[in-house]
Design a binder for this molecule. Structure first.
Ligand code: SF4
Length: 456
């Protein structure tokens, strides 16, 4: 084996996490990264089944590879991720030049599948259960100072718009000791910020019993354990389910120094009728009550959310309820999407699909409201000094970083990624702040990101 590999990632943080493992595995097998399809020996699409038209996009991309494959039969074409798990054998029916189809639970066997495809022809592994946690595989991270850490995979809920239970299976959690050991190793490599990943991160541990205690592991315990890892200065997590939030998690967030003052708290809809149809097990009042409790315990916390507009059966009254919750909750940011039918999900076959133009008009009203609130929230920070962790280049000669509250800040000049800067905020925009350095607080160690090492 060996040669160049080109990896394209679609979708969520879980896929980014898995792509770091795919890259790490390929490099441990002697492949080197390349951006040029023409010289690559392996081309991998790590696919997402959530976005609208995801499959059309995949087959379009695969179509572009066909002439390349005809010119170079030794080129290996790999389809990984959620669409691989969902479409399985259909992928080769539609694109017979694909060599390997590897599902979300089968990543550890990727090198073996590639090798076998060279001698035995096309290979497919779409097994139903995870045997080796992806986090336990070698990884090639894109940045030195931040790492995704998968704490659980799969989900036991059944939200009617979501494909995750189908493609990622039931929840499986990693032992706390394994997660902490991984974070300790990351800290030794210079990582200063970790994001704990789980499809429903706050049900972490419900499938794990704590040895000798007769009870399940708890997400709050995990948070406290990761908070205590020397060298880690910021701990984030995503995505919690509002129904599964518990007081001990709020206490841990309030008490632990390194857990960032930001929570992503997916609302999806402000209408109880729509929440019921979505199989979301909280109601808008309970959602807002929890938000109140979280804000009372952590007063400067930033709150972001997801909202789906135009879910089947959503009436103007339902939509008005969403607007009302958005007004009351005053989110810092909201990731708003127009509902689209995702094959394989229960909602795709529900009657009363909302006409596209109605969805668009509601969507525009929601975005206008949220943009105004976001700008007001950002404006509250003008004149304040915030701690920024620099991530990389921004626009027009600036660098870009994030506050502990996950707000993007643009700073002038050249500052190395991984540097903590105290910055004074000089202007606010709906999606970012502009600041000027008030002092460099600390330099993060600069170890190599290439050292082999994860939607509620
Ligand atoms: S939206 Fe989140 S909680 Fe619901 S099924 Fe999908 S992953 Fe699970």
């Amino acid at each position: 084996m060996g040669g160049g590999y080109l990896l394209r990632t679609f979708g969520c943080q879980m896929n980014e996490h898995d792509s770091e493992r795919i890259a790490g595995l390929l490099e441990s097998g002697g492949y080197a990264p390349t951006q040029e399809a023409g010289i690559a020996q392996v081309i991998v699409f790590n696919t997402c089944a959530i976005r609208e038209n995801a499959d059309n996009r995949l087959y379009g991309n695969l179509g572009h590879l066909r002439p390349l494959k005809e010119r170079n039969p030794r080129l290996r074409v790999v389809v990984a991720g959620c669409l691989a798990q969902k479409d399985q054998g259909q992928i080769r029916e539609r694109a017979p030049w694909v060599d390997v189809v590897v599902g979300t639970h089968a990543l550890p066997g990727l090198l073996e599948l590639l090798k076998r495809s060279e001698t035995e022809g096309p290979q497919m592994d779409v097994r139903e259960f995870t045997e080796v946690f992806p986090s336990a595989l070698p990884a090639r991270r894109e940045v030195a100072h931040h790492a995704w850490v998968s704490v659980s995979v799969g989900c036991d809920n059944a939200c009617t718009f979501c494909i995750v239970p189908l493609v990622r299976g039931p929840q499986r959690s990693r032992a706390i000791g394994d997660v902490v050991a991984e974070v300790e190793g990351l800290a030794r490599q210079g990582v200063v910020e970790v994001t704990l990943l789980g499809q429903n991160v706050n049900t972490y541990g419900r499938d794990l019993s704590v040895p000798g205690s007769g009870r399940d592991a708890r997400f709050a315990e995990l948070l406290r354990a990761v908070d205590g890892v020397a060298g880690i200065r910021r701990v984030r997590f995503t995505s919690p389910h509002p129904h599964d939030f518990t007081p001990d998690v709020v206490e841990a967030m309030a008490e632990c120094e390194h857990i960032c003052e930001h929570i992503h708290f997916p609302l999806q809809s402000g209408s109880d009728h729509v929440l019921r149809a979505m199989h979301r097990s909280y109601r808008s009042r309970r959602y807002l009550d929890w938000l109140g409790r979280i804000r009372a315990a952590i007063p400067n916390i930033a709150v972001t959310t997801d909202v789906i507009v135009g879910f089947p059966g959503e009436t103007e009254e339902d939509f008005a309820a969403t607007l009302a919750v958005v007004r009351e909750a005053r989110f810092d940011q909201a990731f708003t999407v127009q509902y689209s039918q995702r094959p394989g999900t229960p909602a795709a076959s529900m009657p009363e699909q909302v006409p596209k133009e109605v969805v668009q008009e509601r969507f525009d009203r929601l975005v206008a409201l949220q943009e105004r609130i976001s700008l007001e929230k950002m404006g509250e920070l003008v004149g304040e000094t915030v701690e920024v962790l620099v991530e990389g280049l921004g626009r027009k000669g600036s660098v870009q970083g994030r506050t502990r509250t996950n707000k993007v800040v643009h700073l002038p000049g050249e500052i190395a990624p991984g540097t903590f800067v105290d910055a004074r905020v000089i202007s606010a925009h709906p999606h970012h702040l502009v600041g000027e350095p008030a002092g460099v607080a600390a330099l993060a160690p600069t170890s190599s990101a290439a050292e082999p090492t994860a939607v509620a």
